[in-house]
Write a protein that binds this ligand. Sequence first.
Ligand SMILES: Nc1nc2c(ncn2[C@@H]2O[C@H](COP(=O)(O)OP(=O)(O)OP(=O)(O)O)[C@@H](O)[C@H]2O)c(=O)[nH]1
Ligand SMILES: [Mg+2]
Length: 443
Amino acid sequence: MEKCIASIATPLGKGAISIIRMSGKDCLKIALKIFHAKNLENVEPRHMYFGQLELSANAVEQCLMVFFKAPFSYTGEDVVEFQIHGGVLIAQKVLERCLAAGAILAEPGEFSKRAFINGKITLDKAEAIASEINAETEGELFSSLQVTNGLLADKILKAQDELKLLLAQLEVGMDYPDETEEVRLKEDVFEKLQAIKHDICEILDNSHAAKYLRNGINVALIGRTNVGKSSIMNALLGQERAIVTDIQGTTRDSLVESFSHNGIKINLYDTAGIRETKDKVEQIGITKSKQSLQQADVVLFVLDGSQKLHKDDEQIAKLIGEKPFICVVNKMDKQRVLEKQKNEIEVSALIRKNIKALKDKIVDLVITKEIDFNKLVLSNERQGQILNEAVALLEKAIVEKNQTLDITSMLIKNVWNCLGKITGNTENEDIIDLIFSKFCLGK
Ligand SMILES: Nc1nc2c(ncn2[C@@H]2O[C@H](COP(=O)(O)OP(=O)(O)OP(=O)(O)O)[C@@H](O)[C@H]2O)c(=O)[nH]1
Ligand SMILES: [Mg+2]
């Protein structure tokens, strides 16, 4: 077992309780150097002890201690937790005492890393725990919870078991070469490979919006000056965030604010109106507008419905090019003069008309199929990439159907190894370190 690590497991701040956690072989011995209570001769696992923790020669903290005996703990090692009064200074003092008594300070994610090394969690679950903690929208939270609860690991381990069985069948086939047997064996193997591919594709299909669940949809408000971009931003956010005036060139710097719609995060960029200008500050703003346009997943091309199409609008349409866009025809409270536009929606930022419909349209544009949360949804790009890689390898094995049995066997081994990267069976140290370094302290 590794050296005993210690950390504050709860957020630093004022609250009802704070928890200090230690994990490792000597954690109980270290704990008992500083914590005193009745009946500690034989500490019973998962039993709460009420006692006193020495903070200094003449100060004690009354608190609770609980001991989890290996392997029945989060890390799979011996673990001790102190539940103390909630506060920044007191938590730091208790941690200092644990360190002085022999523990070392834990790195971010080190508890979870030990849990992974000790086989308590798979790599996909560890990643999902991190995204569960960091989740900002319901979509991301539900998707992380599914993986934390083992839905992905179960499917991957099942597919790996099936592949192993196929490898064993092929092995036997190689020992008894017989023409008709070999044909039958191959048929059987390819049918099963198809079924595995089908299952993986189903996960990928239901996760087509994975990237957006995690990072949100980047949406840029683009248009010439005074069409109402900032007003639309405020309407979408439901608060007066951006400055609005009837002066052309009001917005100079790009602004970003996020909101959530139907469980999906939307990162909204308000930008400076694009036009020819001699003003130096405005020119910099316009360069930034063009950058926001390039980085956007969806462009809201804002037009003033009460005016005819302007030459600046035509220029901007060219800049948008092939990007996914919605033409937002603003100021529908006024008489419409503008001709009908492609992919348009009429809104009024002023009287807040059609704003919800605009939000729906943004989400529908990138999330083309409804996400079924009864099925597995991946919100992790690494996992998605591995599954895509696995599908490509499976296709290779299926296409090269008429190969010898040993080549088929090698191709199947490639798929098996690839899937192993999801749960961490075949992953290398560097990637494991990288994943756990993204955790917060004490987790
Ligand atoms: N009637 C009407 N006026 C609106 C509407 N939306 C915005 N306006 C007005 O249009 C003017 C310009 O609005 P802004 O939101 O500042 O426009 P902008 O596109 O951000 O302009 P720049 O920052 O200069 O590029 C202001 O006087 C707004 O009150 C609308 O839906 N109806
Ligand atoms: Mg503006």
